[in-house]
Write a protein that binds this ligand. Sequence first.
Ligand SMILES: [Zn+2]
Length: 60
Amino acid sequence: MEVKPNEAWHNAHMMPANPTREERMEWHAEHAAACGCKPVPASLAAAVKSFRSKRPGRAN
Ligand SMILES: [Zn+2]
């Protein structure tokens, strides 16, 4: 089995050259929802999780 990157999403969501922690966190939060070709780095996992739970998401 291989994980196929969601190329359309990646093309639309380029990581900035020098991302801040917040940019990386947001990128990974959206990436995990849209793709999954690579795991969220351990150093960001907790932050991404709380970032996602603070967002309205699908509720509403
Ligand atoms: Zn991906």
